[in-house]
Design a protein around this ligand. Sequence first.
Ligand code: ARG
Length: 233
Amino acid sequence: SDDDSDDDTRTIVAGTAPGFPPFEFRQDGELLGFDIDLTEAVIERSDYEFGGWETFEFDSLIPALQNGNIDVIAAAMTIEDERREQIAFSDAYYEADQSVLVRSDDDDLPQSREDLSGSIVGAQGGTTGENEVDRLIDDGIIPESDKNVYDNYTLAATDLENGNIDAVVVDVPVARTFSEDLAVEVAFEIETGEEYGFGIRQDDEELVAAVNDGLEAVTDDGTYNDLVAEWFE
Ligand code: ARG
């Protein structure tokens, strides 16, 4: 029907996991970032109403989506086959590799994965960065006991800056942001060719289509590029 009165407009609640600047983070209690602005712009382009944000630890986002606590995940989430078994993804909206972050005063910068031998390495639980730490363990470069898992990446980066751990594996754009704000720097990158997508319930094909249409609209009208300029340059 062409009745778009507020009564039958579906409301979309978005979920994210802050502590991942510049995609999603808190500043003076306010939730900010590229994903926050992009999600709101995309939903505004649809026939849905935006119903606000709920925050979770990253590894609780997929359960929250499946439980119906949220309708869309906007958390710089990499589109992965394993996750695709549980949820659907929108079209990709950002590309990133992994990187190894170390303290700026590290006098012997690691240049390869092998150089991380002897290091305590951190990552956020449930992320592709954690998968890379697990690969270091599988390849015999570090023992399982030298892996530190954090509830969010801001905690990991702070622990690195404080000297409690030696390295953090995290998505490149986030590592660059931490290196501007903390005494840490990117030692080297690990090419993973990841693509971020919005996570949506598998049976919610209508929302997948609306989000993809919205992404196309914000790309075509320049909003996407404006947000990239605002948050990454
Ligand atoms: N891209 C990585 C992944 O999908 C890390 C995402 C972490 N996102 C966050 N909001 N903390 O596993």
